[in-house]
Structures are given as structure tokens and as C-alpha cells.
Design a protein around this ligand. Structure first.
Ligand code: FE2
Ligand code: FE2
Length: 312
């Protein structure tokens, strides 16, 4: 039984109260936190096989070791988030091993294969930047103490992943030729993928429990803009084209394509020419998951079932 009503708890966290244990939570707060942490944990977890399968394309042993260091961080981040979920009465075993692959809550972008070194480093430059944007907002604003403290370490490590991505994007752009073409090709599909990742625009967004409970501080559109504020100038500086421009009139980055729009996962191409689609269609695509969903989930579970069989 919660010690406060939902309204009392919302008012308290608005005034800066930090929640430390499940006893202080209302059911609404607990549920909103479980959803947030599940997305966070699943995203960290699935990024590991996505990055691992791409790391084999590393141009040298030492670069592959850097990529593997990032993967190790991601698995630790996943473990932190699942561990926090256990404090809320959710089973890590069930989440990691007993869900169908399509029930995982990571973004659709992490269901896509990363098939060369350029795609891996753009994932570090774009997806890890999205992770930092989302998690640093949570770090600054969350009313849940244990998560706030855990994010100190995660934020520092995400900064390393991002630097790895940006440094390599710069190297590939400078190298020119095929390296630069691969970089541009990766940006072409991964830029709109990350823009979509931030979800429904604010004018369509239903009421957000995560904002009311101070589980985060920024809206979807604010987060999307913060990501573009960093990403568009980076690409411009490298001479890499992105479908967005700064608008003096609105004082923000605006997209040069219909948003949201269709995606051809096999060709890795956004179908800009087919025009704007509804968010319902986007949600249907997300729910259907992308091409690597089952393989990524299975790749993490495989060793466990094999080892269990050996030991029996
Ligand atoms: Fe991470
Ligand atoms: Fe990361």
C-alpha cells in the first residue's frame, strides 16, 4: 500500500522529492518506471549483439578491441537496468530468457543489421548520441534515486562510445573514396532511423506519465532537437549530407523529408517519395520488429542453453 496518493506523489516529485524504494511508490509510478527501465535495459542488451556482429569488420585488431570494449560496457549497462527492475519486483530471468523476441522493447533501429565498419561507427555516432541524449535527461531529472546514481557511470561510458563513433566518422570522411561513400550510405538510412527513434511528436503525444512522475524532464520533440543540435553540425563539418536544415524562422532544425515515412528494411532505404504516413503505420512496423530481431535475441541466449545442456 503506497503511503501517498498518486496526486500527492506527483506534487512531491515536482518539488524535488527523490524516491528511494518501492514502498514510496504508487502503482502508477512503479508501472511507468518499469516501462522506462525495460526500454533502457533492452536497448543496452540488444545493442551488444548488433555491435558484436559488426565488430568483425573492424579494420585491425586494436580497433576490434575498442569495439569489444564498447560491447562489454553495453552488457554492463543492461545488467544495471535489469538489476534495478528486480528491485521493483520484475524477474530478470523472465525478461532476458523467457520473452518472445518480438516482446523486447528496444527501438526498431536496433533490429537492423550493421554490416560494415562505417555502419558500426555511425551507430556509435548516432545511436549512442541518442542514448546519451535520453539518459542524460533522465540523469538530470529523474525522481528515482537508485537510477540517478547508476547513470553517473553509464553516462561516462556512453561518452566514450560516442567519441569512438565521431572520431571514426571523421577518419572515414577524410579518407575519401569508398570509405566516404560507405559513411554517406550509412548516414542516409541511420539518420532518419534515429530521428524516428524519439517517437511521437509532442502535438500527437498523449499524456506522459513519465513527465508527471519526473522520470524524465524533456519531451520527445525536445529530445529529438537536442540530438539534431549535435548531429547535424557534425555531419555538415564532415561534408556528409543529412536531410535536415536549420530554420531561422522557427529557430530549430527541420526535416527535409516527410515525417514519419515508410522504410524498406531489406534495401535499407527510406521511401521519402511515398510521402508522409500515419504513426499507426509506424507502430505496426515497430511491433512487427526488424530483420535481425530473432537472431540478436537468440545470439545472447544460445550459450546459456548450450552450457546448461553440457552440465546436465
Ligand atoms: Fe549503453
Ligand atoms: Fe553505448
Amino acid at each position: 500500500m503506497a503511503i501517498w496518493t498518486d496526486e500527492e506523489l506527483k506534487a512531491r516529485v515536482r518539488d524535488g522529492h527523490i524516491v528511494e524504494s518501492v514502498e514510496e511508490m504508487t502503482e502508477g509510478y512503479r508501472k511507468a518506471l518499469v516501462v522506462q527501465l525495460t526500454v533502457q535495459a533492452d536497448t543496452e542488451l540488444i545493442s551488444a549483439p548488433a555491435y558484436w556482429m559488426a565488430a568483425r569488420h573492424a579494420p585491425s585488431t586494436n580497433t576490434q578491441v575498442s569495439a569489444h570494449a564498447i560491447i562489454q560496457d553495453e552488457l554492463a549497462h543492461a545488467n544495471i537496468a535489469y538489476r534495478l527492475l528486480e528491485d521493483l519486483g520484475v524477474s530478470k530471468q523472465q525478461l532476458v530468457y523467457e520473452r518472445a523476441p518480438h516482446e523486447f522493447k528496444h527501438p526498431y533501429g536496433f533490429d537492423q543489421p550493421l554490416e560494415n565498419w562505417a555502419e558500426l561507427v555511425v551507430a556509435n555516432g548516432f545511436y549512442d548520441r541518442a542514448g546519451i541524449t535520453l539518459l542524460s535527461d533522465v540523469h538530470r531529472n529523474t525522481s528515482y534515486g537508485p537510477l540517478k546514481r547508476a547513470l553517473v557511470k553509464i553516462d561516462m561510458e556512453e561518452t566514450f562510445h560516442l567519441r569512438h563513433g565521431e572520431v571514426w566518422m571523421r577518419r572515414l570522411a577524410k579518407a575519401g573514396g569508398e570509405a566516404r561513400e560507405l559513411l554517406q550510405r550509412a548516414v542516409d538510412w541511420m539518420f532518419p532511423m534515429t530521428v524516428e527513434w524519439f517517437g511521437l511528436p509532442d502535438d500527437l503525444k498523449r499524456h506522459s506519465g513519465q513527465l508527471d512522475y519526473r522520470l524524465k524532464g524533456m519531451t520527445n520533440d525536445e529530445l529529438r532537437q537536442a540530438w539534431m543540435d549535435a548531429t547535424v553540425p557534425l555531419c555538415r563539418k564532415l561534408g556528409i549530407k543529412v536531410p535536415a536544415h536549420w530554420s531561422e524562422e522557427s529557430g530549430r532544425y527541420e526535416l527535409d523529408y516527410p515525417f514519419p515515412c515508410r522504410y524498406d528494411a531489406e534495401a535499407k532505404e527510406w521511401l521519402f517519395h511515398e510521402g508522409q504516413i500515419s504513426w499507426d503505420e509506424v507502430f505496426t512496423r515497430w511491433k512487427g520488429r526488424g530483420p535481425m530481431n530473432e537472431e540478436f535475441v537468440e545470439s545472447m541466449r544460445r550459450s546459456r542453453s548450450e552450457v546448461a545442456a553440457w552440465l546436465n
